[in-house]
Design a protein around this ligand. Sequence first.
Ligand code: NAD
Length: 491
Amino acid sequence: MQNQLFINGVWVAPASGQMFDVVDPSDRKVFHQVAAGGAADVDAAVRAARAAFDQGPWPRMSGAARAAILRRMGDEITARTDELARIEVRDNGKPLPEAIWDIEDTAGCFHFYADLAERFDNNSVQEIALSMDEFTSKAVKEPVGVAGAIIPWNFPMLMAAWKVAPALAAGCTMVLKPSELTPLTALELGVIAQKAGLPDGVLNIVTGFGPDAGQPLTEHPGVNKLAFTGSVPTGSRIMATAAQDIKTISLELGGKSPMVVFEDADIAEAVEWILFGIFWNQGEVCSATSRVLIHEDIYPALMERLVEEARKIKIGHGLNEGVLLGPLVSQSQYEKVLSAIEMGKSEATLVTGGGVPEGLEHGCYVEPTIFADVPTDTWIWNEEIFGPVVCIRKFAAEEEAIDLANDTRFGLGAAVLSNDLDRAERVARAFRAGIVWINCSQPTFTEAPWGGYKQSGIGRELGEWGFNNYLETKQITTYDRSKPWGWYIKD
Ligand code: NAD
C-alpha cells in the first residue's frame, strides 16, 4: 500500500517529513502511516497540474485518446477488485460485499466517462443559429482547467472516481485530496494511473488533514474549479473561500432524507427498503433514509416487523461471512453517533439498539438503532447523524407527509413507497430533493444525476451532468466580411 504523495507522476515524501496514522476501526489499531501533506505539497501538486494543463498533452488529446487511458484505468481497477475492496474494509470498516460494490462501481465510473470522452469529440462544438446573417457562431466546450477535488471517507475510492473520472474525461488536470480517515484506495489510483499511461502531472494526490491540505487547495490561485463532497460546514467554508477568486464550485453535502410509506405499500418490501436505506454502509451515507414517515393504518404492523428484522442484522468485522453492519469509520464518528443517540433518548422513544453490541467493544461498533414517534422539533429529527440511526413517525394524509418530508434544510434524497404509481409520481414531484426513489431507496447509477437541493449542495455529479461540471463553454463568432457593417466600417 502506498504512503507517499503522488505529484507530477512521482511518489514523494511530504515537505514536512510528517506522517499520520491510518487506523482500522474494527479494533482501533494503527495499521499504516501516510504522508501528512501541507501547503507546500499542495502548491507543488497544483503547479504540476497547472503545467500539465497549460503545456501538456492531456487537454489537447482527442477524447478517444483520453478514453483509451481511462478504460485501462477501469480495467485495472476491475482486475484488482478483491484487493482494493479488502483495503476499503480495513480502512473504512464496511462489509466486504459492499466494498466490492464500491470497487465495481468505481471501475464502472471510469468506463462510463471513457465512453463520454470519446463521444465528446463529436459533441464539443454546437453551431448556433443567429438572428443576424452577417455572423456565424458556435459554442465550443473546453476543459475548465485545473480541478481540486476534496472527498469524504464513506465511499473512499468511489467518491474519488466520481470526481477524477469525469474531470480527466473532460481534459482537466487535477489535485485530489482524500479524507485523512481513508486515504489508501485513493492513493492506489496514482499507481493505477501510472500503469495506464496517464501523462505526468494530470492526476496528483495529496493526503493530509482538512485545514493543512484541503484549505490550501481551496485557496490556491492555480485551481480553476473545486469539487467537494463532505459536510455542510466544510462545504460552506469552501464556498466562502472559493468566492474570493471566483472559482467554479460543485458541492455534494449532507442530508436528512425522508421516506414516505403509504398504507397500500407492501409491508415486507417496506421493511427491506427501510433497513437497507438506513443501515447499509453503517448509515454513513449522505442520502441515507434517516427519517421515515409511515401511514397510521400500517404503523403498528410495520414497526413490529421492522424492529424484529433490525434485531437480526449481523454486526461484526467486515470480512466475516454474513455481516451486514461493520464498525463506524473512526473513534470520533463512533462517539458522535453515540452522543446523538443519547440526545435521542431524551427526545423520543428508543425501540431497538442504541448501544454498543456485546462482545464488540474493541471496535467502533454501534447497534442498528430505531427511534419511534419522533417529534418534528427534536434534534434527532432535524440533524444529520451519519450513522445507523433512523427516526420514524406516523402520518395521516398525503399532504401532511409531503410537508413533513420537505420540512428540512436539506434536500438530497427522498423515497416514496406505494402501490399506486400515480400517487407515487405525484409525491415524487412534490419532494424538494435532488434524488427521488419510487418503491426503493438508495440505488445509485453512474448514468443518472446525483446532487441536492437546498443545503445539500450545488450542482450535479454523475452522468452527463457530472461531465459538464468540468467544462467551460466558449462562444466563437465570425463576421462575414463580404456583408456591410453599418456603424464604423463605412467603406
Ligand atoms: P468533512 O466535511 O469533515 O470532510 C470532507 C473532506 O473535507 C475531508 O477530505 C476533509 O479533510 C476535508 N476538509 C475538512 N476541513 C477542510 C477545510 N477547512 N478546507 C478544505 N477541506 C477540508 O466531512 P466528512 O466527515 O469526511 O464526511 C461526512 C459528510 O459528508 C457528511 O456530512 C455527509 O453527508 C457528507 N457526504 C455527502 C455526500 C453527497 O454526495 N452529498 C457523499 C458522502 C458524504
